[in-house]
Design a binder for this molecule. Sequence first.
Ligand SMILES: [Zn+2]
Ligand SMILES: [Zn+2]
Length: 286
Amino acid sequence: MTQRLDFFANRVAMLATMHRKEQAIAPLLESHLGVNVAVPSDFDTDAFGTFAGDIKRPSDQLTTARLKAAAVLRQTGESLAIASEGSFGPHPQIPFVACDRELVLLIDRTHQLEIVGEYLSTDTNYRSQIIHSPADALAFAESVGFPQHGLVVKSGEADEHILGKGITDADKLLALVEVALGQSPHRAARLETDMRALYNPTRMAVIAQATEDLVRAIARSCPDCGCPGFSAVKQFPGLPCSLCGTPTLLTLAQLYRCQRCPFEQRLPGDHGFSTADPSYCPYCNP
Ligand SMILES: [Zn+2]
Ligand SMILES: [Zn+2]
């Protein structure tokens, strides 16, 4: 603990957000690291992509978070930045289940550190639906946690455009739906859940879980020099089958590397198993 406090205590951590992510992130980082989280007043994260699809994300999730962190450091002249980035889509292992992968990144220019926290949750209301009537709209709204969760209304035709975002008022929703249906020859409109953190308390909770993972990652310090953020940089497959011992694709070991000194360590995979279930075995279950 002392070691980490030495690194971060009483420093200003600039949070690259305009969607009130400080609500999820600031209390955890302030209590665990002793930093003071600050949000720049005029930081435009929409330049790095929007969920409603009007601006494309420039790159993958981690690279986009790095770009946001670099931009906030440039803009403010500070040395410590926090950026977060979410991604929504089908779960990688469970088909037809939507999931939210949240990433929270710490960049420390003073100590040349980059530490990542991550969380994958199936607790998300990420959904989109074509509707044909105000009744359809209300049914969709109710199923996704409206009005605590905001909605996006789009025209329902091929060249979709956004009629309204961040909608948390039923009258406003119905008025926009009427406009969208009236513009459409097929009386179709598209409704989407607004995934911006300030309109989505479910997502805000997953961002807090990713922040907790970041706090854990920072707490893993190098056994040799004590530098925070001793992290896995490489995975080795080959966890043996519990029946026949054949190596499987599951992680056998991970290589941890210090960001400051040359110290490296090979440790078991973080799933907590010493053998694999035979259902993963290419010999027992081809
Ligand atoms: Zn070290
Ligand atoms: Zn086997």
